[in-house]
Write a protein that binds this ligand. Structure first.
Ligand SMILES: [Zn+2]
Length: 481
């Protein structure tokens, strides 16, 4: 996600109060994504009058390394059933995701839902090398005014909208609860086959390759090797179509956005070309940019093959087309989409790299030099660290919103500018492209990134990253000027 963090920067520079707990995160070992991927088959029927999606979900779960006795799913829409966060972000009407008839390999299975988590007990343990099939019926109620998952006008925004298999790795199951800070989602590469039933005249804009034409009541979409599957069901959007090399780039806009649609579409094409050239090939056929409001405090959001963005964004120089938001969200296709990380545990790893990519693009392609603001804001993080003890490598739950933007987006992006000053920009790009190449379709960690950086630089960069990410050796701050 891209928070409206330029405002936060302004707030921080103005000395707004900060709330935080100290806690040092520990660098953890890596987990390389499973060769065999979960396979989702979903049947989804959208009813506009009730704003519900009902259907059936079946997931083939490959079992690796350890026998499984249970399987966990995230039911993120249940966060909207009984909102536990601020009034300002509370949906106007609640939403939920209910499941029933849970079966494992055809047999009724004991299961329990607790808030956003579903635990399914397997009737018998499933051993490594085998696969188990978990099936269920589900009912999704879209909240009104929800964050990401939302219904407005004749558009349903389906984000984290189906029971999402939790990740199990060497640390065990990751069953982290929802929170409103950052993107509290962590999933692994999966294959999807989804049949949508929609009312007449509706279009589908999704993580798969879509048709620009309205759907004739039913369509089946397939997409392999993605972490998530997002979909926008709409009667209101119109496309601008084009290509960046062999990638189809579609921008979808609503009435009233005509004045910025072409410019943002050009920026999207330019961004896809720029990131592809510097980081490595985008591996899918299509990317969709969907303009619009997607919830409180969200300027844009990334999903595999689909991003959302506001059409315009207020800046210090007045309201302007949201070029930087589009660039930011598209850069996430590389950092989060293809190279994954645990966004709950180490959110800096995708947000920091993405923010750096955004500023690099804005500077080189758009002639915007906002790096001073970035660096100046990042300098404030030393004081935040002194006051609150928080570093740039913490789980989401450790940050308040303004601190999150500064520590997780701004400081790591400023860190990479600094590294480019020291090693040269080409070296930093080589670090990023090597990291992309090595961890494509997998899940990387902070430790993996530091390792790649040191290898490419030909020297131990751990002290540099210890200073910038973990605030160790504070004497270096004095030198950075
Ligand atoms: Zn982001």
């Amino acid at each position: 996600m891209k928070r409206r963090f330029l405002f936060f920067m302004a707030l921080i520079l103005a000395g707004a109060p900060l709330l935080q707990n100290p806690n040092l995160a520990q660098a953890e070992g890596k987990w390389r994504g499973a060769e065999r991927r979960p396979y989702y088959v979903i049947d989804a029927r959208y009813d506009e009058a009730s704003t519900k999606v009902t259907g059936h979900l079946s997931v083939k779960v490959p079992v690796e390394k350890e026998a499984l006795s249970q399987v966990y799913f995230h039911l993120y829409p249940n966060a909207f059933a009984d909102w536990k966060w601020g009034e300002e972000s509370k949906p106007k009407q609640p939403g939920y995701l209910k499941v029933k008839n849970v079966r494992v390999d055809g047999v009724q299975a004991h299961n329990k839902t607790k808030e956003t988590l579903l635990k399914v007990d397997l009737p018998t343990p499933v051993h490594p090398g085998k696969t188990t099939q978990v099936e269920m019926d589900y009912e999704l109620k879209l909240p009104k005014g929800g964050m990401r998952l939302n219904k407005y006008g004749n558009t349903a925004f389906l984000a984290q909208w189906y029971p999402m298999l939790a990740v199990k790795d060497r640390e065990g199951w990751h069953t982290d609860p929802y929170t409103t800070t950052g993107d509290p989602f962590y999933s692994q590469m999966s294959d999807f086959e989804i049949t949508f039933h929609v009312p007449e005249g509706y279009r589908l804009i999704t993580s798969a390759k879509d048709s620009p034409e309205p759907v004739d009541s039913e369509v089946t979409l397939r997409q392999a090797n993605v972490r998530d599957f997002a979909a926008v069901i709409s009667k209101d959007y119109e496309p601008v179509q084009g290509r960046a090399g062999d990638v189809q780039v579609n921008l979808w806009y609503l009435k009233g956005m005509e004045d910025v649609a072409q410019e943002l579409h050009q920026a999207a094409i330019s961004g896809m070309e720029f990131f592809g050239k510097h980081f490595g090939k985008y591996p899918y056929q299509e990317v969709d940019v969907v303009l619009g409001e997607t919830g409180y405090g969200i300027a844009g959001m990334e999903y595999p093959g689909l991003v959302t963005s506001l059409d315009k964004i207020p800046t210090r120089k007045g309201e302007r087309p949201a070029v930087n938001v589009v660039a930011h969200e598209l850069a996430h296709q590389w950092w989060y989409g293809v190279v994954g990380n645990n966004q709950v545990k180490e959110p800096w790893l995708d947000e920091g790299l993405t923010t750096f990519s955004e500023f690099l693009f804005m500077s080189e392609q758009m002639g915007e030099n906002e790096q001073d603001l970035l660096v100046k804001a990042a300098e404030r993080t030393d004081r935040i660290h002194e006051e609150k003890g928080v570093t740039s490598v913490e789980s989401l739950y450790k940050y308040s919103d303004p601190v999150y933007g500064m520590m997780v987006y701004t400081r790591p992006a400023a860190m990479l500018w600094k590294l480019a000053d020291e090693l040269g920009k080409e070296k930093v790009l080589e670090i990023l492209s090597t990291y992309y190449d090595r961890y494509r379709f997998q899940t990387a960690t902070t430790q993996d990134f530091v390792q790649v950086a040191s290898e490419v630089a030909g020297k131990d960069l751990k002290p540099f990253f210890d200073h910038w990410l973990y605030f160790k050796d504070r004497s270096m701050s004095k030198k950075k000027g």
